[in-house]
Design a protein around this ligand. Structure first.
Ligand code: NAD
Length: 386
């Protein structure tokens, strides 16, 4: 997705970038082994390098339908030829002791099947967002993890990203007063001729176009910035059906969440406007802005009003390395599972509620089904890696 193109290219003018803190890596034999399932843009661009930078994890296996591509990536990264699997032979990973964690990086509609197969093979699973294309699939994935007694984590990288964590920490401190309004905008132009976008524009494979792909960052972001769950949603869409990209999925969707505290979140997402991944949190005495707030790199946090006005200086870190290290530590039992399957399910249920409201012309849809997150990331994930 566009995060790739914009990642790192988004310079933050006037904000000095400190170097990321150097973490002592664990010895090779103590690192947990990851199998990457699906060798597309995210795997090649971010996850292979992320596993090189990880402190306690390493790449040990590849799963792909393209033997030549997998062999090329394996040779470039010191992966043994017998650690390359195809989709038909995937279940043989059960006998491969080099694999501790399986990272599902496939089109969204394939997450459920490969997560469940990996769990049945006795492996822990890190699964990309959105968790699946239906709440029923998410529930089956959660049940499979429970039955297998293995960990299932959803790859919500912003829960491990310093600017987002610092925003959460400041909001929770109360120093700006009550947060009353969150605004999130997640968008980019999509390109039907790009295979990586073609499946995102296919309703069945993506589960909802821009909303499932990018809007989920805003849904998830409003929830973790406020640390509460929406009880009502209203949403509207604006889609030009003559645009070949939007024959099956909506283009622009705007929604409003109402939270129990009285706070409101305004969210938008589009695959047909210029790129943005940003948030604003309006509190009684200050406003926190992350613009950009959810790119791979170059994110900012700016404060307007209240204490500490101006840019907040934080280093760029490799979010993917940190997230994969966090998962490895979850498996080791040394850190809490802050983004479990239940977090993914909550966002997929909210995606479904947004699409229901769109279908009913903006009617209010109740979302007060009683979900509460197990851990506040703002309380348990340090702003910077230790
Ligand atoms: P991509 O299209 O670049 O890669 C998908 C891979 O799956 C390709 O190698 C493709 O060959 C393979 N594949 C197997 N079966 C397929 C099928 N039936 N149709 C299409 N492709 C098939 O996509 P990507 O950008 O790497 O995204 C993969 C997953 O990662 C998605 O769930 C996406 O939401 C997620 N993602 C997350 C982030 C993030 O920042 N966390 C960023 C990008 C993508």
């Amino acid at each position: 997705m566009i995060e790739l193109g914009l990642a790192g290219a988004v310079a933050a003018p006037g904000l000095a970038r400190a170097a990321a803190p150097a973490l002592p890596p664990l010895p090779e034999d103590k690192k947990l082994g990851y199998a990457l399932v699906g060798l597309g843009k995210l795997s090649q661009g971010q996850l292979v390098p992320g596993l090189k930078a990880a402190r306690g994890a390493k790449l040990t296996a590849l799963v792909s339908g393209d033997k030549a591509k997998a062999t090329r990536i394996a040779e470039a990264n010191g992966i043994a030829a017998d650690a390359i699997y195809d989709y038909a032979g995937f279940d043989r990973i059960a006998n491969d002791a080099r694999i501790d964690i399986v990272y599902i990086v496939l089109p969204n509609s394939m997450h459920a099947e490969y997560t469940i197969r990996a769990l049945k093979a006795g492996k822990h699973v890190l699964c990309e967002k959105p968790m699946a294309t239906s709440a029923a699939d998410c529930e089956a994935m959660i049940a499979a993890a429970r039955n297998a007694d293995r960990k299932l984590m959803i790859a919500y990288r912003c829960h491990y990203e310093p600017h987002n964590l610092e925003a959460m920490r400041r909001i929770r401190s109360g120093q700006y007063g009550k947060p009353k309004l969150v605004v999130t905008d997640m968008s980019r132009q999509s390109t039907l001729s790009d295979p990586s976008d073609a499946w995102r524009l296919d309703a069945k494979l993506s589960g909802g176009g821009a909303l499932a792909d990018m809007g989920v960052y805003g849904i998830n972001g409003a929830r973790y910035l406020l640390n509460e769950e929406p009880v009502e949603v209203r949403a509207w869409a604006q889609t030009d059906r003559s645009d070949p990209r939007f024959r099956e999925v909506e283009d622009l969707i705007a929604w409003q969440f109402k939270f129990p505290s009285g706070a409101i979140a305004n969210g938008s997402t589009s695959f047909g406007v210029v790129g943005a991944m940003r948030f604003d949190v309006y509190c009684e005495r200050g406003r926190l802005r992350g613009d950009p707030g959810a790119y791979y790199g170059g994110n900012r946090l700016d404060v307007f009003g209240g204490p500490g006005q101006g840019p907040v200086e934080l280093p760029d870190i490799d979010q993917f390395a940190r997230e994969m290290d966090w998962m490895a530590d979850v498996v080791r039992g040394t850190v809490p599972l802050v983004t479990p399957g239940e977090e993914g399910l909550q966002d997929v249920r909210l995606i479904e509620a947004i699409l229901q409201s769109v279908a009913k012309g903006g009617a209010t849809v109740k979302t007060d089904w009683g979900y509460k997150r197990a851990f506040d990331p703002g309380a348990v994930v340090p702003v910077l890696p230790a």
